[in-house]
Write a protein that binds this ligand. Structure first.
Ligand code: ADP
Length: 395
């Protein structure tokens, strides 16, 4: 190998390695070696570890037949051949094919892909109308196969790593949840028990005002317990997808007004600014969508106490967007990606009670509506939740 070839290989190696993702790394690998090895299309077939079927994980058209890029089925038989026989295959055009029609003159080269020493797939090249593959071409193609396999292995490792991280995070959340939930269950129970025992004491008499005060506490704590249990059941049902949604065209302006009126009966001092422009109805389950808004209200009251709340509606591209904005303390940026996860609560000293289920429930409901929910927050300025729902199709 001469010096120029070596330095060229070195340059290509560095360029491939520098790509942020495996697809652009494969692009660079195939494009940059085209000087030594010309082909029209390339595709990577991998056997699925679960189904054992063949998946096309990468396909690219370079020369003739560019439009064939999406349809990489051209190499499937040859890929199966490679995997079944565990060796390279070279197929010329079928006998009797029309020599004048270059596209029907397919020259296929298939090379086995070994990932982690196991045969996992095939790298397929096609040339329309030839020429046949020379020994040098086969060497370059084999080098690309080894290289592609290494990139695919890295991809699979990254995916496995991400999955592991997510499972670990979920396990940590479950652990935290057990301690949160036992605290959350014990606190209201403690109040209920304490105040009812006091009321029942025979050695003391309480005046009417005190008795009433105790009963209000018991009543409120019983409500808190009910809500907690409902949230737990609801999140379990949403997770197992056993909830039946009842969809009908819903006017969100009316729904927002109703929920706001309900919330205000419990929080008369709450300042709410509604900007409910006329928007098309969405196809939704009114009860569930009210639940989403109630959760957002309850969070704003808990985490942005005393703040004004602004709710507005807007319609764009056949979607209605609800903006729910408070002027509270905001949420640090690093916690934002996890807010909608089950059991997730922003870490730190916390006097506010909660289980980390509210936003998870909101997200599951919105997703069941084929919608989207996300949050933007600026520290010391406030938090904005956005919900986007598709407009109801006209009958
Ligand atoms: P919970 O309120 O039970 O903790 P949620 O899923 O409703 O659970 O909320 C998750 C976390 O998001 C909360 O623990 C809180 O830290 C944060 N959060 C939610 N809404 C707001 C808000 N409006 N302002 C600041 N933080 C919020």
């Amino acid at each position: 190998m001469n010096k120029e070839t070596l330095s060229e290989l070195h340059r290509i190696f560095q360029e491939v390695q520098s790509k942020p993702d495996w697809k652009s790394a494969l692009d660079t690998l195939f494009v940059s070696l085209r000087g030594s090895f010309v082909f029209d299309n390339v595709a990577v077939y991998l056997s699925d570890r679960q189904t054992r079927g063949l998946d096309i994980v990468y396909a690219r058209a370079m020369g003739r037949g560019k439009t064939a890029e999406a349809d990489a089925a051209w190499g499937e038989n040859a890929a199966n051949d490679v995997i079944f026989n565990e060796h390279m295959v070279i197929h010329g055009p079928a006998k009797g094919s029309d020599r004048k029609d270059r596209m029907s003159q397919t020259y296929l080269l298939g090379i086995p892909l070994y990932i982690g020493s196991k045969l996992r797939g095939a790298l397929l090249f096609v040339r329309f109308g030839g020429p046949e593959y020379s020994e040098t071409h086969i060497h370059v193609a084999s080098l690309q196969a080894i290289w592609a396999a290494a990139l695919l292995e890295r991809k699979e490792l990254q995916e496995a790593r991400a999955e592991l991280d997510s499972v670990q995070r979920q396990m940590r959340l479950q652990d935290d949840f057990v301690s949160t939930i036992s605290h959350e269950l014990r606190t209201p129970l403690g109040f209920i028990k304490g105040y009812s025992t006091s009321l029942l004491r025979q050695d003391t008499t309480w005046d009417d005002a005190t008795q009433r005060e105790f009963l209000i506490i018991i009543d409120e704590e019983a409500d808190r317990l009910t809500k907690l249990i409902e949230d737990m059941l609801e999140s379990a049902r949403l997770q197992s997808k056993t909830i039946q949604f009842k969809f009908s065209p819903i006017r969100l302006d009316a729904l927002v007004r109703d929920v706001t009126a309900r919330v205000r009966t419990h929080h008369p001092a709450l300042e709410v600014d509604l900007k409910l422009s006329a928007v098309s109805p969405v196809l939704g389950d009114g009860v569930r969508l009210s639940q989403v808004l109630e959760n957002l209200y309850s969070n704003a009251i808990k985490y942005a106490p005393g703040s004004k709340i602004k709710i507005s509606l807007a319609e764009k591209n056949k979607k209605v967007r609800v903006s729910f904005i408070d002027e509270g303390e905001g949420i640090p940026e690093e916690f934002i990606p996890f807010l909608f996860e089950r059991f997730y609560r922003v870490p730190g000293e916390r006097t506010v009670t909660g289980t980390g289920l509210g936003l998870y429930i909101c997200k599951q409901i919105v997703m069941a509506h084929h919608g989207n929910i996300w949050v933007e927050s600026v520290l010391d300025r406030g938090t904005a939740f956005f919900i986007e729902l598709p407009v109801s199709p006209t009958l």
